[in-house]
Design a protein around this ligand. Structure first.
Ligand code: SME
Length: 160
């Protein structure tokens, strides 16, 4: 199956799930499962959410699929995760070995994408995906992952 077709299918599955999911947590769990099961190069998929009221702010591991990571709590001044949450921008790293910010989760990880989740104009967390393949995340992947982060942000807004 061409990758564009698979991405289209996965996007439709995410749309259906977003309509059906009874809570933001259920949606996050479903997004992790669909992306991990269907996107062959997405080897670790997880959400980190900002701990409510924490000062200084800290990201806490939420729903995920893949091996357990040593990084369950990440301050905003650490890691690619911290950089994405503090800047509010998507970060794609084609070769994690060349990025000094990178916090290793698995020795097999070669590339990573981190997309902030917004509730209104505020970052409330992020969707982090690691791949065992270098430069696994192209523009279509970025669109798909940003779409997933958007539907989770909308669901969080609804349930606030
Ligand atoms: N690699 C991330 C840490 C999270 S683990 O990959 C799951 C980072 O550099 O922030």
């Amino acid at each position: 199956m061409p990758v564009a077709t698979r991405i289209e299918e996965v996007r439709n599955e995410i749309t259906q799930l977003a309509e059906a999911a009874p809570s933001a947590k259920a949606l996050m769990e479903g997004v992790c499962k669909i992306l991990h099961d269907r996107m062959l190069k997405y080897n670790w998929v997880g959400f980190y959410m900002l701990e409510p009221g924490a000062q200084p702010p800290i990201l806490v591991l939420s729903a995920f699929m893949g091996a357990m990571t040593p990084h369950t709590r990440i301050p905003l001044n650490q890691g690619i995760c911290g950089a994405a949450a503090s800047s509010g921008k998507t970060i794609i790293v084609d070769d994690v070995s060349k990025d000094p910010r990178y916090l290793a989760c698995s020795l097999e990880t070669k590339s990573e994408i981190v997309v902030p989740v917004f509730v209104g104009k505020q970052v409330s967390g992020e969707l982090d995906i690691d791949s065992h393949f270098a430069a696994a995340f192209g523009p279509e992947d970025q669109n798909l992952v940003q779409y997933c982060a958007e539907v989770v942000g909308s669901k969080l807004e609804k349930f606030q």
